[in-house]
Design a protein. Structure first.
Length: 327
């Protein structure tokens, strides 16, 4: 498996997106998001999505020239119409204003709607934390999760991410996780590799546990911790769709399909300013308690982004082909 410098992944990803119809600033921002994921070993949210980005740029399912529209209806509320473009550049356009609003008001919501899938939520909350405030991010996705005990798909994997600043321009803690037992990409990758999946990850179309990834994809993923994860998944649905302005998961068509309606998703973020009190002293105290045992750590700690990433040969060839432009 080739080991590729992330700078090369960034260069070729940017070239591929531009060649398939993304404006230069949008291609650059999306390449940063892909590289961010690959440098952290998250291929599902990195190069794994590049082909569909390019296909959907060509078909018009995502607008590679969209200019986001930003409104601030209240002092602590910012809303962004992504114009059926990518979520990442829409977020980038609104982030400076959102950070300033959080410092002014203490707590600010930043809601994106008419947006493409955002893939790694941690990419967004990481930027919020590096801006000096706490960031909570939520989104929904195409339906793949039934209620515990049921078999009808209701919500998506509906991830949640939370990041905390360290007071020095860095990040003290960051987690980014689906509210399902595993991310959908783990199932699709197992199917592609001809592998079984552990029991407990999914149920089949009749609501029965399965270790067959194909049956799992025809059925539903399970919520992490049963009703506990189901509750968090519904929370993400309500904030991203009902409050944020995206469509419900039941209305989301397959995210990687080359053609079709725009994703029209919503992403919802809360930005919380820690203020001038003793927040960082208490945070440091908590971190010391968490790390008392050898091997224990705060989520995201000691994870240093890699300067290179292992890329399967077929994916590496695909990246180079995409960078060469459409046939």
């Amino acid at each position: 498996m080739p080991t590729i410098p992330v700078t090369e992944i960034h260069r070729l990803s940017e070239a591929a997106l531009a060649a398939h119809g993304a404006d230069a600033p949008i291609a650059a921002e999306m390449a940063r998001a892909i590289t961010w994921a690959e440098a952290r070993g998250n291929r599902i949210c990195g190069l794994y999505y590049l082909e569909s980005y390019c296909q959907q740029l060509r078909s018009g399912r995502v607008d590679g020239r969209a200019v986001p529209s930003i409104e601030r209806p209240r002092a602590s509320e910012i809303r962004v119409d992504a114009g059926h473009g990518f979520a990442q550049p829409a977020f980038a356009a609104a982030l400076p204003q959102a950070l300033e609003a959080a410092r002014e008001t203490g707590v600010t919501s930043l809601a994106l709607h008419h947006a493409h899938t955002c893939t790694a939520l941690g990419y967004f909350t990481d930027q919020i934390a590096r801006g000096g405030v706490l960031g909570l991010g939520l989104t929904n996705a195409s339906p793949i999760v039934a209620a515990p005990g049921g078999k009808t798909r209701v919500i998506g994997t509906n991830p949640i991410s939370f990041a905390v600043p360290d007071g020095r321009g860095g990040v003290a803690m960051l987690f980014d996780q689906s509210t399902t037992t595993v991310a959908l990409g783990r199932i699709t990758m197992a199917k592609a590799a001809g592998e079984r999946i552990p029991e407990g990850w999914a149920v089949d179309a009749e609501g029965l546990p399965t270790t067959d990834p194909e049956a799992a994809l025809a059925g539903s993923l399970t919520s992490a911790g049963g009703y506990k994860g189901w509750g968090f998944g519904l929370m993400a649905e309500i904030l991203a769709a009902c409050l944020g302005g995206g469509i419900l998961s039941r209305e989301v068509t397959p995210l990687k399909a080359p053609e079709g309606k725009p994703h029209d998703l919503g992403q919802y973020f809360l930005l919380i300013d820690p203020g001038q009190g003793d927040f960082y002293d208490r945070l440091a105290q908590l971190a010391r308690i968490v790390t008392e045992d050898e091997g224990a750590r705060m989520p995201g700690q000691r994870k240093v982004p890699s300067a290179s990433a292992e890329v399967p040969e077929a994916l590496w060839q695909q990246l180079r082909d995409l960078a060469g432009g459409p046939d």
